[in-house]
Design a protein around this ligand. Sequence first.
Ligand code: NAP
Length: 277
Amino acid sequence: MSIKEAFICGHPVKHSRSPLLHGYWIKKHNIEGRYGKKDIEPENIKSFLKSLKEKKLVGGNVTIPHKEAAFEAVDKLDGAATKIGAVNTVWFEGDKLVGGNTDAHGFTANLDQHAKGWDENPEKKTAIVFGAGGASRAVLYSLIERKISKIYLINRTIEKANKLAKEFGPTVIPLKISEAESALNQADIFINSTSIGMKPDDKYPFELAMLKSTALVTDLVYTPLDTVLIIEAKKAGLKTVDGLGMLLHQAVPGFEKWFGIKPKVTDELRQLIVDDL
Ligand code: NAP
């Protein structure tokens, strides 16, 4: 049997940790497989995706800036990709190239692992999502899938929050940053899906003391692991979940599609990636 080869394509792609992650599982499960990086210029992404069969590639991950182009290029979309409007994983079903979005799965699986019960009694739960970019779409999809009854969507550029609220329906209530205080003390879960926290001098525009003492705080940013939000939330005695688990869990469905084994997100795997951060 020939070696199965999968990939991550992006531009640039050299900092991606996906090869480390998938390489770990390939070795762990003794698979005759490979997972490599493909730096593809934006003008070539569609032809690259159309040539996977010819190149004997079984599928792969798609990252910035190609997620929307991949959405257009595949033959078929899964439910999450359709709603989120972006593709981060591709695989074959027969001759058809399918595009999926596993970020939503990564988000919920991370919380399921590290904050069990976070979605209990969803009809009574309120979430705050801060940020209305690409990642926010996956978070909104996840929260709605888990039937969280009210979602405040706060964004610096309110027009983007308004647009997402229109798309995702009445559960999502857009708010300006200046209006956030009215929502903070209602939230059971606070999610950062902005890029705030990636730079060491980043400041948070909210007073986290306004959150309930039972609120769960999670950040999508995972470089660094302890973001300004996570540090402040820990200081306030709140339960926190960092963003690395989302990255690890979003990789599971793709690996299973390409190599036929559902891998596990273990402490050993997490440590391998932490050591590389
Ligand atoms: P994006 O589409 O570029 O969106 C960026 C968001 O951040 C926008 O809502 C933007 O607000 C907001 N923002 C940026 N700087 C800000 C500031 N100084 N003050 C207020 N708001 C600010 O990015 P994305 O793809 O959604 O990714 C967002 C973050 O999530 C990134 O750090 C990314 O690494 C992380 N992420 C993590 C995972 C994971 O697996 N853990 C997965 C996906 C993404 P405006 O609309 O006003 O510009």
